[in-house]
Design a protein around this ligand. Structure first.
Ligand SMILES: *[C@@H]1O[C@H](CO)[C@@H](O)[C@H](O)[C@H]1NC(C)=O
Ligand SMILES: *[C@@H]1O[C@H](CO)[C@@H](O)[C@H](O)[C@H]1NC(C)=O
Length: 474
């Protein structure tokens, strides 16, 4: 029942800067749209989620997809000052920024200064919360946030953390985000049964008291579960080919009334699970906005059409950002439930757990297991890959390797024997990010390497040794 204790929203601290600084700045919360009193306010949040390596390498994604996203989004923001956009992964923004002319850079600085272009999270990438070591988490956020501060000053500072793609969430990770100074955190995935219950009881948003050791309010963070992942609501994925708003009555297939009804119905169903007068609609998905005009042009029409009929449905909609949504909800001064444990393990449906699946699925044949430690420790705690053969169920005869996919231009197999450190080789030193580390192993006498685990989103620094946390098998 502890979780049900109510906490005042005072634990959600907005802006640690002085009042004078706040007044002076045109960006940040000052650049947020003013909520419309007496109406239900819908925050339409254009964003893109750009994995820092997945099916392609980081540089390939940049050249194939992401450069066009940032190029076209900037053009569309310059085209209409009402429009806003939220960008997250500095690994890409950094690459893009370096290529721009001084003139373009000045224009982008202006967009950041007037709050049209905002950053959320602002780390090099959105890190995995199950397997990643805290040193890497802090390093990669430091790298991204330093770049933002150096480039845009205080206006570039992200106010909310944006963990929309990880598969489960840890309180330790959240405690770190709280200490980094974020005012809010949003995530896209929690266990399906937990989500069903939270929807029913309107507990999709909460104050996460993320560390009993550090205590409140230092480790507290206002946290919100997005309604259904981070992509557009069904029927509004215009880049996916959903029916656009067709607003010329002289043409065939004029559909403004239908699109408004579809939008209002969707909003009215979503608002049932949240408790404020505000709703965040995340309009964007993986690698979307490669042709930003398509989305923005249609959203402009949708916003205009919905707002022209506000009296009929009591909904008003405007371009916004996750931080502006957070500010609006904060200003309502509501009470929230408190959470103090993890969002692990994660299952998206019955019998579909994502925690350590690649390891657990091969248990019967796996010979490359992490050493088992105290079995009463919770399964989310990382344990170190120890190839020394001293672990209880570690077979001294096995050889471990770490195959670094997509880290270097060639696939490498690095033997890690009698050591839990993987030395970085000179081949790797020019690359900062790995996209995926596949652990594999083989038993003496066998000729094949078996894959026995995958680590996602591990951040590497040149010249540094890499520690490999592995998830436990339970
Ligand atoms: C419109 O919505 C707002 C916010 O939920 C609410 O306070 C207000 O009572 C509603 N007005 C009508 C006429 O339903
Ligand atoms: C941000 O940059 C300014 C100017 O270079 C510097 O004074 C400040 O310490 C930086 N802030 C952080 C948090 O590093």
């Amino acid at each position: 029942m502890r979780n049900l204790l109510l906490a005042a929203v005072a634990t959600l601290l907005l802006c640690s800067c002085s009042a004078a600084q706040r007044e002076a700045a045109s960006c940040g919360y000052n650049a947020c749209p003013k909520p419309v009193p007496g109406r239900y306010n819908v925050h339409l949040v254009p964003h893109t989620h750009d994995d820092v390596g997945w099916l392609r390498t980081v540089d390939q994604y940049y050249y194939y997809e992401v450069q066009f996203i940032i190029d076209t989004v900037i053009e569309e923001l310059l085209d209409n000052p009402e429009r806003k956009f939220t960008y997250v992964e500095m690994a890409y923004f950094f690459r893009w920024w370096r290529e721009q002319s001084a003139d373009k850079q000045a224009k982008v600085k202006q967009l950041v200064k007037n709050g049209q272009l905002q950053f959320a999270l602002g780390g090099w990438c959105m890190d995995d919360e199950a397997t990643t070591h805290y040193v890497d988490i802090i390093d990669q956020h430091t790298q991204g946030l330093r770049f933002l501060n150096d480039t845009f000053g205080d206006c570039g500072r992200p106010r909310v953390a944006w963990q929309v793609d990880p598969f489960g969430h840890s309180k330790e990770h959240t405690a770190m985000l709280a200490q980094m100074g974020f005012d809010g955190l949003y995530y896209g995935r929690i266990d399906y049964q937990d989500q069903a219950l939270r929807r029913k009881t309107r507990r999709m948003e909460m104050v996460w008291q993320a560390s009993q050791d550090i205590g409140s309010p230092r480790a507290d963070l206002f946290s919100g579960k997005l309604y259904d992942g981070y992509c557009q609501p069904g029927g509004f994925g215009f880049e996916y080919g959903d029916e656009p708003v067709q607003d010329d009555p002289q043409l065939y297939d004029y559909n403004v009334e239908q699109k408004v009804k579809q939008f209002v119905d969707m909003v009215n169903s979503r608002r049932q699970v949240y408790s404020s007068d505000h709703l965040m609609l995340t309009m964007g998905c993986d690698f979307q906005y490669q042709n930003a005009r398509k989305n923005f042009k249609i959203y402009d029409k949708l916003i205009k059409a919905v707002n022209a009929r506000t009296a009929a449905h009591n909904i008003t909609v405007y371009y916004s950002t996750p931080s502006c949504y957070t500010k609006s909800v904060h200003d309502q001064n509501l009470m929230w439930t408190v959470k103090s444990d993890d969002f692990f393990p994660y299952a998206h449906q019955a019998h579909a757990f994502w925690t350590a699946t690649s390891l657990a699925g091969r248990r019967s044949s796996a010979t490359c297991e992490p050493p088992r430690t105290n079995s009463r420790r919770s399964s989310r705690r990382p344990v170190w890959l120890d190839c020394s053969g001293r672990g209880r169920s570690w077979r001294p005869s096995s050889i471990c390797c770490v195959r670094l996919w997509e880290l270097c231009s060639i696939t490498m197999e690095c033997l890690v024997r009698r050591s839990r450190w993987l030395p970085m080789t000179t081949h790797c030193e020019s690359r900062l990010e790995s996209t995926r580390l596949t652990l594999c192993c083989k038993v003496r006498g066998e000729s094949h390497w078996r894959q026995c685990g995958i680590l996602r989103h591990v951040f590497l620094q040149p010249g540094k040794h890499l520690l490999l946390p592995i998830h436990r098998l339970e």
